[in-house]
Design a protein. Structure first.
Length: 429
């Protein structure tokens, strides 16, 4: 197609080329619209009516075939719009549908598929469109196998477009193939801007299986961004019900949620609307991700902390390099710059030394080597959880650290049970 550009540049002759091109782009976009852009525009009902009349005016099948061979490509691209209910005054009848099917047989080609596939994505619930796209796919499959046309993905490789109900069967088919929705949309040119893509994405994240979530994080982020608050809540509830996501997928999706809502203890309203179970599940991920990132220079240290992750109540930064890891009855201070050591503070010492609001300039850093502490093997030998204890995480000492932390946690659990027992006894008395 030839496009006259002269008129677009006449008013910008004195400008540099780049500015002249920028000024011309709106006109060029209007003149050279993509098939998707054209489909998103209001239809030209007069042109559609004229094409419909031309097709119905043919005397017989032979005349329809002759017409098919002379239809220009611009009119051929509108063909499948005649199969929709786009015009309230002209619904497709059986005669029109059969004649369009005949034209499809005569003019089947990759460019017709491109236009038809987009029309189907907008009107996928309308059966005449699906049946004729199915016919086109079957013809193109034969032509591809015979080497008459280049090979490119056809929707019929996944599912017949004539299947009903299409969306339900498509989701079931993708799950059978274990094909992530993002990969499907990329491979088969599914636009998230059209009803088929939008509904597929929404259905996937509101009711889809784990296999559809794989590698679809970008779509999930876009869906969260554009959804209203009620839909966001439904999306998160369904996500947190997933039990078989791979660790890498779970981690990637949680990062998206973290960037949008922050951790549960930061007060975003979405966490108040979700159940405590779901909020705790995400908080557990936040803890694991924080520890994993902080202890990246000593993964064995991270594994020890995460072994006791269910008992971690909170993690607070002391500074850019130091974390305070809160357990029932004690706090561990860990400095990133010292990957083979951490310091244990019992509750009394933590209240005295780890309150940022009461810190004095002369006080040493809570992870400083100048702070007096007991050796962990001595604490184990004395069966004592009190005071400040140095926790080694080198190859030899890490075993003692694990034993000591396990002992302290069990002691806290026993103490809690005793308190509950005493409380119940008082109630009985």
């Amino acid at each position: 197609m030839q496009v006259k550009l002269k008129g677009y540049f006449d008013s910008t002759q004195d400008k540099p080329d780049v500015f002249r091109l920028n000024d011309a782009m709106p006109g060029l976009r209007e003149k050279l619209q993509t098939p998707l852009e054209r489909l998103k525009q209001p239809p030209d009902l007069e042109k559609l009516a004229a094409l419909r009349q031309t097709i119905l005016s043919a005397k017989d099948h032979t005349a329809v075939i002759d017409l098919a061979n002379v239809l220009p490509g611009s009119e051929l691209s509108w063909l499948f719009l005649l199969l929709t209910d786009i015009d309230d005054n002209h619904k497709p009848d059986q005669q029109l549908i059969s004649r369009i099917s005949l034209i499809v047989r005569e003019r089947a080609c990759p460019s017709l598929y491109q236009h038809t596939w987009l029309v189907f994505q907008k009107y996928y619930e309308q059966l005449p469109v699906g049946k004729n796209l199915d016919l086109l796919c079957k013809i193109l499959e034969i032509r591809q196998q015979s080497g008459l046309d280049p090979s490119f993905p056809l929707i019929s490789e996944v599912i017949s477009p004539a299947s009903r109900p299409f969306m339900k069967k498509l989701m079931r088919r993708l799950a059978e193939l274990e094909m992530p929705v993002q990969r499907f949309m990329d491979a088969y040119a599914v636009s998230p801007e059209l009803p088929l893509g939008a509904q597929l994405v929404s259905s996937t994240f509101l009711s889809g299986s784990e296999s559809l979530y794989s590698q679809s994080q970008r779509l999930f982020a876009q869906t969260l961004k554009s959804a209203d608050e009620d839909t966001q809540l439904k999306l998160l509830k369904h996500f947190f019900q997933m039990k078989k996501l791979s660790p890498s997928s779970w981690n990637a999706y949680c990062q998206i949620i973290y960037r949008k809502y922050g951790p549960p203890d930061h007060g975003h309203v979405i966490w108040e609307a979700l159940s405590d179970k779901h909020a705790r599940k995400f908080q557990d991920w936040v803890i694991a991700a924080t520890i994993g990132s902080h202890c990246r220079d000593n993964p064995d240290k991270a594994r020890v902390f995460l072994h006791f992750a269910e008992y971690i109540q909170a993690i607070d930064p002391w500074d850019d390099e130091t974390l305070l890891i809160h357990f029932p009855g004690f706090v561990i201070v860990d400095n990133r710059l010292d990957p083979e050591t951490a310091i244990y503070y019992d509750q009394h010492q933590a209240e005295r030394r780890l309150d940022l609001s009461s810190q004095r300039p002369e006080q040493p850093h809570p992870a400083s080597t100048v702070i007096a502490r007991r050796r962990v093997d001595e604490a184990i030998r004395r069966a004592s959880c009190s005071g400040i204890v140095g926790l080694p995480f080198d190859h030899e000492g890490i075993r003692y650290t694990r034993i000591f932390l396990n002992f302290c946690i069990q002691e806290q659990k026993l103490r809690q049970r005793n308190l509950i027992t005493r409380f119940k006894n008082k109630l009985k008395a």
